[in-house]
Design a binder for this molecule. Sequence first.
Ligand code: GDP
Ligand code: IMO
Ligand code: MG
Length: 417
Amino acid sequence: MPATVIIGTQWGDEGKGKIVDFLAEKADIVARYQGGDNAGHTVVVDGKEFRFHLVPSGAIRGKRAVLGNGMVINPSVLLEEIRRLQENGIEPDLLVSKKAHIIFPFHRELDSLKEKGKKEKIGTTKKGIGPAYTDKVARIGIRLGDLLEEGTLKAKLEFLVNIKDREAEIYGGQPTDFQKILEEYTFYGKQLKRYAGDCSAEINKALDDGKNVLIEGAQGTHLDIDHGTYPFVTSSNTIAGGACTGLGIGPTRIDDVGGVAKAYTTRVGAGAFPTELNNKIGEKIRENGGEYGTTTGRPRRCGWFDSVLVRYSCRINSLDWLALTKLDVLTGFKTVQVCVAYKDLTTGETTEDFPQTLEELGRHEPIYEELEGWTEKDLSDGISGNALKYVKRLEELCGIPIKLVGVGKSRKETLVL
Ligand code: GDP
Ligand code: IMO
Ligand code: MG
């Protein structure tokens, strides 16, 4: 630390929650900077599983938990998450940026309707993320600060509902019950008022005071709106750079950037996936790894580790180090494959760089290297032999150190190399 950003290097669900929880022990503040409840971050402590959607994973340790201005927040989901933490004896010490945008029921409705109307579906989480960010960029969005001012909320909501009703009509949806939503969100404003504040002021002050700030990314680099596999992406900047705009801190304040990568690759939703395994091996990885979405329960698509994909993330995020998770899931395979480069099917040339467009990507296929597998069921006392060789080879291919290795779900099953 003092300011460490943790991001996903693949297509999300890399195990960011577990790594953030592990590092949060030494943090004073843990902050999210983008996305909303499309995220599902799992932390397992003493056999108990916590699933975070909006609240940063460090909240379990009682740390100050900040929800940044770059997020889109569904207040009912946030209040429910707070309630569930309280039920578990944790009173979250929250700060929610007044500049964070608010998700309304019509955003969720439009998310579903727009997907339904699409020939090539993205496979969104249907949480209203895209439509809420669309309104933000169109400068008609409603922010937490607006929820706290009764007159402001009424005027802005009236204007927005009017537009959204016309949009819903185009997509075959129903008009919004304005009065009902106004009452509901006025209530949410009252409930959330005690948490509302200025994340930029607080985090900058904390860094001035020498405190440790841990910044938790959601989704993954290849779901980034600019640098991901567009248009099969989410609607925010998931990369480390997003932490600056999403929290109101300058780039020079960030000291350390860590990337989380699974020991293989997964993806939920549609879009390119060069190393995907549509066979028994893919199924075995899914079953061994419990690869079903934390937020939607959808089966995750599975495939081998793609070092072209992760190397790109090392560059885009200026990663200092990697945390490799779920190594235990690959135990028992006789051999394991790693994608080391791509071959251009039209020219026969090989490349180690991730292609810029989906069309280009479609013209490439992975080149694999085969490594010997390992059989040790319990890796929690340390890794050696072929498992260690695998980690060392990935480190070599990615070009940065692998500092942490996940060998099981629970907090204790994280090895420091
Ligand atoms: P996130 O969205 O990046 O936080 O990841 P998710 O929580 O959605 O998905 C990761 C899943 O893998 C969760 O069920 C975690 O409990 C689990 N997990 C994380 N690290 C490990 C690990 O090292 N080994 C195993 N077996 N499971 C892990
Ligand atoms: P965490 O933080 C994995 C995917 C969706 C879809 C695309 C767009 O748990 O890693 P959206 O609802 O954001 O408009 O959907 O992005 N997606 C995720 N996949 N993990 C996530 O979050 C995701 N959040 C969104 O499946 O393909
Ligand atoms: Mg997840």
